[in-house]
Ligand binder design. Structure first.
Ligand code: SAH
Ligand code: SF4
Ligand code: F3S
Length: 452
């Protein structure tokens, strides 16, 4: 039987990167990526950050369970953060599920696949749940990266912060940094494959290296030094990174980004709330004033830097007044863009147990709508500030649009500070770096003209 795998990926970039690794491992065992309808091995790589993301995974499993009714030989697997959280309970809940594996053991997949494919004496069905509490060491496998100009490069995984609302420390475990040499080697490979942008991933990139030993010269690795090393690599490429924990951003990191050639001027610094009491309840290790200080410092040091954030509306016990502090923070700090979410109670988290303090759904919804409205206005304001500037745009795709003047060829790409820019061009190709003067600001993108 031909081995045809379809993997669906929910959640963050870390999951996307894991899926590329999973596909790489499976390719060693003869599996080829296939369209959803034609596959015979289905994998869902799940996210548990909110209940909604968890439910999405279950509804997909339901769809594939339906396929299995007519094609009993298909195999169905679940991995990622929901798998790590729910473990063998999933096998009970979904009778058509064949394999459950977690975030800590994707490098165990070869053995799991072998076990799954091995014929049994009675021909009975094999069902496996393999979840580890400690990470299984990574092995050398190909990575089947999704095509495009950007490649994900995880530099560390896990989180030690235990914000009271968040499942990530439970689903991804404690912080683990990958060796400097491993990261550099992977970056070189990415560049040699023709990618133009590397995004370094970590739940907290600034914690990079804290768990690594000193190198042979007695130097302790850290995020700033890693950035500086990567900046020295040869090639025509950009470097981005995410996510930064506000009070962990060091002066050395700011200095490095400021002086580097390839590192883009963009920081994702989740604030979560603009109110000090709520921040404390969230177990965030900063207050509004300290967050503002960091943002102002980054802006002072780095020209045209974009600062983006995440906010939660309706954390348990949040009052209307406290919520308004979030709205005022976005405006006061001039944040360029923010991801938003209504608070969702998660298993194993302290906030999930504050049931007597939960905010009713309709109030959360209204606050989220107000938050989104504020983010939209902030984004337009930020884009308006860019009119007249000239940005180097890395072209990602070309669109042919019909307008009243006939067919026009529009190039779409991103500026170094991560703004989406559209401009007319007869010649631009994906992967080109082109200077564009910004002429017009829309809510989610900029329009400009190629400068000669
Ligand atoms: N490591 C990053 C964020 C990881 S999770 C950080 O330190 O901020 C991505 C975002 O999901 C978080 O920033 C938070 O805003 C949101 N989030 C996490 N748990 C949530 C929950 N229970 N309900 C709603 N949003 C949540
Ligand atoms: Fe979650 Fe907080 Fe860790 Fe971010 S820092 S992953 S929000 S626990
Ligand atoms: Fe979701 Fe896990 Fe990422 S919970 S946001 S997929 S680390």
């Amino acid at each position: 039987m031909e081995k045809k795998v379809y993997i669906e990926t929910l959640g963050c970039q870390m999951n996307k990167s894991d899926s590329e690794r999973i596909l790489g491992i499976l390719s060693h065992f003869g599996y080829e990526a296939e369209e959803e309808n034609e596959a015979n091995f289905y994998i869902i790589n799940t996210c548990s950050i909110r209940k909604l993301s968890e439910d999405k995974a279950y509804s997909k499993l339901g769809v594939w369970g339906g396929i299995k009714k007519t094609r009993p030989d298909v195999k169905i697997a679940i991995c990622g953060c929901v798998a790590q959280q729910e473990k063998e309970g999933l096998l009970k809940k979904f009778p058509y599920l064949d394999l459950v594996f977690g975030t800590h053991n994707i490098y165990e997949l070869p053995e799991l696949i072998e076990e799954l494919e091995k014929p049994t004496p009675e021909g009975e069905r094999v069902r496996i749940c393999a979840i580890r509490d400690k990470a299984v060491a990574e092995k050398e496998f190909n990575i089947i990266r999704s095509k495009g100009i950007n490649a994900w490069l995880p530099i560390m995984e896990g989180c030690n912060n235990f914000c009271t609302y968040c499942v990530v420390p439970h689903t991804r475990g404690r912080e683990r940094s990958r060796d400097v040499e491993t990261v550099i080697a992977e970056a070189k490979k990415i560049i040699s494959e023709g990618f133009r942008e590397i995004t370094l991933l970590g739940q907290n990139v600034d914690s990079y290296g804290k768990d690594l030993p000193e190198d042979k010269n007695g130097v302790k690795p850290n995020f700033a030094k890693l950035l500086a090393e990567l900046d020295k690599l040869e090639g025509n490429f950009r470097i981005r990174f995410t996510t930064s924990y506000p009070t962990d951003i060091t002066d050395e990191v700011i200095e490095t980004v400021k002086n580097a050639k390839r590192i883009c001027e963009c920081f994702h610094i989740p604030m979560q709330s603009g109110n000090d009491r709520v921040l404390k309840m969230m177990n965030r290790r900063y207050n509004r004033a300290q967050y503002s200080e960091i943002v102002n410092k980054v802006r002072r040091e780095i020209k045209d830097v974009t600062i983006t954030s995440d906010f939660i509306a309706g954390f348990p016990s949040e009052t209307e007044e406290e919520f308004q502090d979030t709205i005022s923070a976005i405006n006061e700090l001039g944040l360029d863009y923010s991801n938003t979410a209504a608070y969702s109670p998660r298993p194993n988290t302290p906030a999930g147990k504050m049931t007597d303090k939960f905010i009713p759904n309709d109030i959360k919804k209204r606050r989220l709508a107000e938050l989104n409205d504020t983010v939209k206005k902030a984004s337009l304001n930020s884009n308006t500030r860019d009119i007249g500037k000239t940005f180097e745009v890395l072209v990602e795709k070309i669109k042919e649009n019909d307008d009243k003047n006939g067919n026009v060829r529009i190039a779409e790409g991103r500026s170094r500070n991560n703004k989406v820019v559209h401009f007319k061009s007869e010649t631009a190709q994906p992967g080109d770096f082109i200077n564009v003067e910004i002429k017009e600001a829309l809510v989610w993108c900029l329009k400009g003209e190629e400068t000669k």
